[in-house]
Design a protein around this ligand. Sequence first.
Ligand SMILES: [Mg+2]
Length: 234
Amino acid sequence: MADAPGLWCQQLGPPVPEDTSPPALFLDRDGVVVEEIEYLHRVEDVKLIAGVDKIIASCNQNNLPVVLVTNQSGIGRGLYGWREFAAVQDRIMEALSSLGARIDMVLACAYHDQAPPPYKEDGHSWRKPNPGMLLAAAERLKVNLSLSWIVGDQPSDIEAGRAAKLAGGVLVLSGRTSQSASAGVRSRGGYRVRVTYSLAACRFLVEYMKAAEITLGKDPSARAERAAIAAIDQ
Ligand SMILES: [Mg+2]
């Protein structure tokens, strides 16, 4: 779906029904859905983080699209190729599927400022912390970015959500960021930032997005915002 050598975009779930614009849950991959392995490219190294399937399945049941957004500079650097990436993705999707969970769309960006051609690009719009992958997914799936959240294990994930004007971001400690380093990632303006141990602890996001979507349909004013805040601040 993405016609550039360094970009990947794959729709796996059903199309979002017309005349709806649901919130989406954006997920970083490594350190969030699967255990962090530097430059993960071997299927035998894929290991789901415990409990993440339940949050993803809960989004599926509530018609909230789940979108994987992953920087893949390892491809840009020539450490592995799209073939290995695809095999790893297949393994992750199989593992989730066996637990009743589905990712709706996958986007990846191989561009990096240190990569050789054709993957050398400084600050590509799709490479987090830039919001390009989130914006591209929103356009294709017609999701409501202002009610959506991102979960990531690095500050660049959280910043991509801020740049895409999401409702907020959750920094999880299951990957690359330590608790002490997480202190520097803060809410600012209307963008909320939370820190939890794992995506498995993010059920509150499903509640937030459900409440915000339901209420928005009835009253697109302050009521949606109040319901959303009540859900998130519980
Ligand atoms: Mg990560």
